[in-house]
Structure formats: C-alpha cells, structure tokens
Design a protein around this ligand. Structure first.
Ligand code: FCB
Length: 439
C-alpha cells in the first residue's frame, strides 16, 4: 500500500447529527425514548434537532469536500428506513440516504456505511430488543434492505459500531439506551448481537459484489486503578466484556474464558460458526485507556476507576495516552491478523468562536498530532493500518453527555446551526494534502 491509498476520513452517526426525528415517517428509536427519560441524558437534551443534518446535508458534504477527506463514515438510521424496525420500509427515509450517497460520490468522497450506530427501533425493543434472539434475524433483514438499496454505489459496509459500548452500557451499566441492568440480559445481548453481525456479513456479501466488510470494535487497554490487587480481577472481567467478547468469537471463533461458561446457556449448536464469518478488515475506535476498579454498585462488580492523578485528559476522565493507541494497534495486528482501519479517534475540547468568529482549538491539534504519530509508529512496527477516520466532523449530540462534549473539527452553533471550520479542520486538511503527496 502506498501513502496515496491510505484512507483519511471523518465519522458521524445518524442520531447524533440528523435531527428530524419525527419527519418523513421516521419511527422512534431507543435513544428517543432515553432522551425523554429523566436522567437519561446529563443536560436533558436530545437528538430531536441535533445538527439538523437531515436538512443541511448538502452544506455538510461541501464541508467534507473543503477539508479534502477521501471517505466519509455515516450511519443509516434503522428507524428512518424501517420505522417499526421490520416490515414496511419508509421510502422517504431511504431516499434521504440516496441523496447523501450520490452527493458524496459526486464530490469524490467514498461512502462508508455503518448499519448500526445504536439507534435500535423502539418497536423492536418493545419485543425484547437485543435480549431476544429474533433480533439477529430482524437485523439481517434490515441489512438486506440497506445493502440491496445502496450496494450499487456503496462498497464499504460496517455491521456495528462499538459492540461493547452499547451492550455493556445498555444492558449492564445504565449509561445508555435501553438502560437495563441485568447480567443475563447483558450476556444475551452480547450473543445475539454477535449472531446479528454474522448474519449481516453474509447478507451484505451475497447482495453486494465487491463489498468490503468490517465491524467496529472499541478496544482500549483496561488498567486496574492504582495498580491495586483488589482491582485486578474486576479489570480482567471488564477487559473481556469491553475488548474480547466480540472480536474473539467473530474472528477467532471462541468466547474468552470468563465469559464462555456464563454465556453457554444462550449458545445453540452451530452458533459459533454463524458468528465467525470472514470480514475484510478490523475497525478500531480508540480514545484512551480505561481504568477499572471493584465496584459493587454495578451488576458485574466492576466500575470505572480514575487515571493516576495529574494524567493529561480531554474531558470526563478520558486520558491522553498515545502509546496505548500504538500498542493497541500492534496487539490487534498480531491477535487478529487483519488489515486495520481506525474508524474513530478524536478529542473533546471546549472551544467556541472568538470575537473574529474563528475557532482556535490547539489542544485538539496537539492530540491529533500525537495520535496520528502513534499510528504511524505502529505501522512502522508492522501493523497493517489502511485508514484513519477522525471523530468527528461536527460538534454533535454526544449520547448521555448531551451537547457538552465537543468532538467536531467543525463548530456548530446550537442556536443558528452555523458551521465554522475550526483550526483543527484546516490542520487536518493540510495533513491529508501532504500525506497524499508522499510516495
Ligand atoms: C464513541 C461513539 C461515538 C462518539 C464518540 C465520542 O464511543 O462511537 O458515537 O460518541 O465515542
């Protein structure tokens, strides 16, 4: 691979930017419900309007073109195209992504389509959602609809974004929709999502000639808080739930040891083969390491710990630690032996336009420089990394944290929806231009 083939992109997700939640026939998702639940989102906000991307997509494609990215990762909102999750499709919703995809291609930007970035249709959650084995089949049918509709123009497909975040925080630790806290529900969700992934890989492969399929794993080293003995076993269990219970069965064909016995009651004959379907690359989302501690307040007996005092961080305790990123890439390359695409990496900084209307975000630029360098170091050490997608294009709805965190390289004024390129967007544009010139 030459530097010219390396993909530089940005990522977004439907619920975080689109808004228009009740428009053109979209159905509700578990995140609409979560946002209406007291305490569901820290600032009481929702994705009702978000970045109004549903109406401003032309402007957003123009931004992508101005920055010069080669690829754009977005997600299809399942409830926008299938308002009840299954059954009748919503033509207006499908047509929205047609327009977006066509505009991207016209701008010379490759669309990377994520099937699931957490917005499960509420109607399916009412039937048990991911705790129901049937959900794997519902997801495969949805994947067939999307692949059949867009597969003539889209070749890059991602089954799921960050399996472990939405299963752990949705079914064990109540930090995300649907907010269940139960060990059995968590294990069932893990297994059924794995089955859904395998089924979707087959469906997309069958329907889209030349498809390049991946899944996105959020892998981060889990460090026992304070290096204390009592935090070691909790950290090891969290490591399984966070880092291993999806890529191991999907790519290697087994569950890690602590989980294997616990999940057994939900595994039927033939399941492991259904889950382990060949994928083309490993998607990695990475921000920083995790610190774990024993915590009886949560169902698995572990909770989130704190980094050592004085560690640099970019908000809500997310430490800046580029070496961990380099090591993660190296470890993935060795363990899974697949090409890697970094599908999310980025930084939350609190930046706003100054008196001249400019947004200076030097801390983000510093973070990005450190992390891109760490990726290059991993590549120099042999990791086969094929692309890097920055999170995110726009300041957007950050799930349970509402609009507080700002990960965009484009500032979005919440009142006016005005978009302003931050210094980091210009820095990224320049970096991409320079990188493309390298032989
Ligand atoms: C990841 C999510 C993404 C965004 C970033 C900050 O966990 O995939 O949607 O919220 O974190």
């Amino acid at each position: 691979m030459t530097a010219r083939d390396f993909v530089w992109g940005v990522s977004t997700a439907a619920y975080q930017i689109e808004g228009a939640v009740a428009e053109d026939g979209r159905g509700p998702s578990i995140w609409d419900t979560r946002c209406r639940t007291k305490g569901g989102v820290s600032d009481g906000s929702s994705g009702d309007v978000a970045c109004d991307h549903y109406h401003r997509w032309r402007e957003d494609v123009a931004l992508l073109r101005a920055i010069g990215v080669g690829a754009y990762r977005f997600s299809v909102g399942w409830p926008r195209v299938l308002p009840r999750g299954r059954g009748a499709a919503n033509e207006a919703g499908l047509a929205f992504y047609d327009r977006l995809i066509d505009a991207l291609l016209e701008a010379g930007i490759e669309p990377w389509l994520t099937l699931y970035h957490w917005d499960l249709p509420q109607a399916l959650d009412d039937l048990g959602g991911w705790t129901s084995r049937d959900c794997a089949g519902w997801f495969a049918d949805y994947a067939a609809l999307v692949a059949g509709r867009y597969g003539d123009r889209v070749k890059r497909f991602i089954t799921f974004n960050e399996f472990s975040v939405f299963t752990l925080f949705g079914y064990a630790i109540p930090w995300a929709a649907p907010g269940v806290t139960d060990r059995a529900a968590h294990l069932k969700a893990v297994h059924h999502v794995n089955l859904a992934h395998g089924a979707a890989v087959d469906v997309v492969r069958a329907l889209v000639p030349g498809a390049s399929i991946g899944a996105i794993h959020n892998r981060q080293i889990v460090i026992p808080e304070g290096d204390l003995e009592e935090n070691r076993e909790p950290a090891a269990l969290l490591d399984e739930h966070w880092n291993l219970v999806f890529p191991d069965p999907q790519i290697l064909g087994f569950y890690p040891p602590r989980t294997a016995a616990a999940i057994e009651p939900y595994v039927k004959a033939g399941d492991m083969a259904r889950i382990r379907r060949p994928v083309d690359w490993f998607g990695l989302n990475h921000y920083g390491p995790i610190f774990a501690k024993a915590d009886p307040n949560f169902v698995w007996g572990y909770g989130w710990g704190s980094p050592p005092e004085g560690s640099p961080d970019h908000g809500f305790g997310w430490p800046i630690f580029p070496e961990a990123f380099r090591d993660e890439l190296t470890l993935i390359a060795r363990r899974y032996r697949l090409p890697i695409v970094v599908t999310e990496n980025g930084c939350n900084t609190d930046d706003a336009p100054d008196a001249n209307g400019e947004v200076h975000d030097p801390r983000r630029i510093l973070y990005l420089k450190l992390y891109v360098q760490a990726m290059r170091d991993a590549m120099a050490a042999g990791a086969d990394v094929r692309g890097y997608f920055l999170w995110s294009l726009l300041d957007c709805f950050e799930w349970g944290n509402g609009y507080g965190p700002k990960f965009g390289i484009v500032h979005v004024d919440r009142e006016t929806q005005k978009r302003t390129l931050k210094d980091s967007a210009r820095w990224y544009a320049e970096m991409i231009r320079t990188a493309r010139k390298d032989p």
